[in-house]
Design a protein around this ligand. Structure first.
Ligand code: C2E
Ligand code: MG
Ligand code: MG
Length: 533
């Protein structure tokens, strides 16, 4: 195309500056070449590869332009598609990278990203700066999740994550490690103090009730803390040590925080060894049941025996159930052990004179297994023991959640004729609501009340109140851990209906119980101690 003026139909694609530069070039008599996006007369857009060659006269003056244009629309469209494709791929890659580093539910960084940030924080530490790792476990989440269902549990986790984020500064990282576990990497100058005050903020935030579907739910949290460089120089070591501290808080004092200490490692190893030994002891049949008499304080007769687990460890000697039952509960081993206890206790009791009962302790964990009623029913049937001769002891921790599953299991057990006793009463929440929500057959008053009778001036009034409550509700009250004549006289005077304690007899092997059985025509010799008081 040759002409005086070079006219371009502006597509709006190029800027004014672009055209100005083009006109400056050709006005100087120089060639301009570029890709132009033009608009055709019908309004459609097209691309042209354009040469504009100034035509000069003999004196060098620009007198016109030669314009050569090649339609490159198909090529440009292909390039555009490729660019769009590349942009989409980039977006997808970014989304995948985000997914790989974040928790889908809460949107928080995940373990991978936290470890990465922790690594960067550790290498970039300034002199005097420090890093604290806080592992946060939500205490009652699992129970809520089991009771209200997973969608409610998920919403609760999201709310908890939001609150956690509100507890930290912009420099810190909050991550979700999965389940009910979160982690915080805190950059601090004054590590121990700042980590402690962050932990206190988190505990307070998690103890403040959450509102979910019109219900107020309290979660609570436990926190383990490790500080760098003191407790570890790299992410794996710091996380492992914070985890150890968390583990111990959960075992000993839920709802609190603890800093890692070197001796925790040793304790954990001992515990792990105990778990290994317990598994072996159970599979080798090395666990035994002993039986402690329960004495009726009205008739002075033995009403029954409480089955208590005994473990003679090959090198440690007798290990207390108080030490190994929590391990069995934590590892789930309590389920097969508990089943064995039920079967063994029912079988032993079937050889005792009627109507002497056997009492078996149940752990809350056993209620999580849906077939507890069936297990009990099978144990009774196998032994040929009527349900009325079995008493099951549960603790308040089971009733904390007030859930349908527990109450329907208790009702199912009751339907078998089994009696239900509330064990260790007085040391937990001692909520009267439990006595209201389920009709227990017996309250067992924790032995700490009996042992403190002479030491604490409030104890007599408390014992008296519980015994009176039992009488008015028409249920038995058992005083646990009676060791002296004075204690026996006191619990009798308060109106407790039953006693259990070393004064009468400690727990003994099944083979040694005949001495407590009523002998036809002779008074019960072993009740002498009770009679005498
Ligand atoms: P518990 O059910 O409250 O059992 C009563 C505990 O008090 C027993 O401790 C018993 O030996 C102890 N005791 C009774 N009278 C006296 C006394 O006069 N003085 C002293 N100092 N102690 C007395 P034990 O056998 O060490 O059991 C501790 C706990 O372990 C039990 O407390 C129970 O919660 C748990 N446990 C024992 N066997 C089983 C079991 O088969 N299953 C479950 N889930 N828990 C069990
Ligand atoms: Mg008990
Ligand atoms: Mg007890």
């Amino acid at each position: 195309m040759i002409g005086q003026n070079h006219r371009i139909l502006n597509s709006g694609h190029h800027s004014d500056a672009f055209f100005k530069a083009m006109y400056r070039t050709i006005a100087r008599g120089e060639l301009w070449r570029g890709e132009l996006r033009n608009r055709a007369k019908d309004g459609s857009l097209y691309w042209v590869d354009t040469w504009i060659i100034p035509a000069c006269n003999r004196r060098g003056k620009v007198v016109g332009y030669i314009s050569i244009r090649v339609d490159i629309t198909p090529r440009k469209e292909a390039e555009g598609e490729q660019a769009a494709l590349a942009a989409e791929l980039k977006r997808q890659n970014e989304a995948i990278a985000h997914m790989a580093h974040h928790d889908a539910l809460t949107g928080l960084p995940n373990r991978l990203l936290l470890i990465d940030r922790l690594g960067h924080a550790l290498t970039g530490l300034s002199v005097g700066g420090g890093v604290a790792v806080l592992l946060v476990g939500l205490d009652r989440f699992q129970d809520i999740n089991d009771t209200l269902g997973h969608p409610a549990g998920d919403r609760l986790l999201t709310l908890a994550a939001r609150r956690l984020r509100g507890c930290v500064t912009a420099r810190d990282t909050v991550a979700r490690f999965g389940g009910e576990e979160f982690a915080i990497v805190q950059l601090t100058a004054d590590q121990a103090n700042e980590a402690a005050s962050l932990a206190a903020r988190v505990l307070k935030a998690m103890h403040t009730p959450f509102e979910l579907d019109g219900q107020l739910l309290t979660l609570g949290a436990s926190i383990g803390i490790a500080l760098s460089p003191h407790d570890g120089a790299d992410p794996p070591e710091l996380l492992k040590n914070a985890d150890l501290a968390l583990h111990l808080v959960k075992q000993e004092s839920r709802g609190a925080y603890r800093f890692f200490e070197r001796e925790m490692d040793q304790r954990m190893q001992t515990r792990v060894q105990l778990e290994v030994d317990l598994r072996r002891a159970f599979s080798d049949g090395a666990l035994e049941l002993h039986y402690q008499p329960l004495v009726n304080l009205r008739t002075n007769e033995v009403n029954g025996f409480e089955a208590l687990l005994r473990w003679a460890h090959p090198s440690r000697g007798m290990v207390s159930p108080a030490d190994f039952i929590p391990i069995a509960e934590e590892t789930g081993l309590i389920v097969p052990i508990g089943e064995w206890v039920l079967r063994q206790a029912c079988a032993d009791a079937s050889r005792w004179p009627n109507p002497i009962r056997v009492a078996v302790n149940l752990s809350a964990v056993q209620f999580k297994v849906s077939n507890l009623v069936e297990t009990v029913s099978n144990a009774l049937a196998e032994a040929g023991l009527p349900g009325t001769r079995l008493e099951l002891e549960i603790t308040e921790s089971l009733l904390l959640w007030n859930d349908e599953v527990t109450f329907s299991a208790l009702t199912g057990l009751r339907a078998l004729g089994v009696r239900i006793a509330l064990d260790d009463f007085g040391i937990g929440y001692s909520s009267l609501a439990y006595l209201h929500s389920f009709v227990f057959d017996k309250i067992k008053i924790d032995r700490s009340f009996i042992s403190s009778l002479a030491l604490n001036k409030n104890t007599p009034a408390i014992l008296h109140a519980i015994a009176t409550l039992g009488r008015d509700l028409d249920i038995d009250t058992t005083a646990e851990g009676v060791e002296t004549e004075a204690q026996l006289a006191a619990v009798r005077a308060f109106g407790c209906t039953e006693m259990q304690g070393n004064l009468f007899s400690p727990a003994r092997p099944a083979a040694e119980l005949t001495q407590f059985f009523p002998k036809r025509g002779t008074p019960k010799s072993r009740t002498a101690a009770v009679n005498a008081a």
